[in-house]
Design a protein. Structure first.
Length: 188
């Protein structure tokens, strides 16, 4: 005899936004493949890496009138069951009316053991589907390692693995960030 399990229907972005509207501010929710996911509070190591990335990116982005924003939600109008919140988003243009960017230039995720599968899998696929995205950084928290997914003017992407002595090239921001700068004050 076989047993079929019933799955809950996929939640859409509008339903998700309604669900989280009355949630406490300290709760951070993402919508991943139609499933509402409560994010665990980040650890201090993770937050130091994110803070270092924001600090190192800000001068590059400011030259173009862009902003570096931690924890900004992303949306794709062609994908109605996904609303992730990456660790860092670089975007240009006017301030957002609804708090969800559809036009990131750079997105970064600092990996933790509990998020590695999503950050390198389904989130990466979603981010790479955003037309404006030029670079996606996956920053490891337990070693000086960054995976850089970058796209030129065409649809093809290149992936590079960078170590402590390398720099992260960000040609769309006319600069680069030393990998070592992301791990300042982080014992490895």
């Amino acid at each position: 005899m076989s047993l079929a399990l019933r799955r809950a229907p996929r939640m859409r972005v509008a339903e998700f936004l309604e669900m989280i509207r009355d949630r406490p501010d300290e709760e951070r929710w993402e919508l991943l493949d139609g499933e509402a996911v409560l994010m665990a509070p980040p650890g201090e190591r993770h937050q130091v890496i994110v803070s270092n990335l924001v600090g190192a990116s800000r001068p590059l982005a400011a030259k173009f009138g862009c902003r570096v924003l931690p924890g900004l939600g992303l949306r794709n109008d062609f994908v109605d069951d996904y609303a992730p919140i990456p660790n860092v988003v670089v975007r240009c243009g006017p301030l957002l009316p609804d708090g969800s960017a559809r036009d990131p230039l750079v997105v970064a995720e600092a990996l933790s053991p509990s998020t590695m599968h999503n950050d390198r899998g389904r989130k990466a696929a979603f981010y790479q589907g955003l037309q404006t995205l030029r670079a996606y950084l996956i920053v490891y928290s337990d070693e000086a390692r960054v995976e850089l997914w970058s796209r030129g003017n065409g649809p093809d992407a290149a992936v590079r693995v960078l170590g402590r002595d390398d720099v992260i090239p960000l040609p769309d921001l006319d600069g680069a960030i030393p990998v070592a700068a992301l791990y300042e004050d982080v014992p490895l």
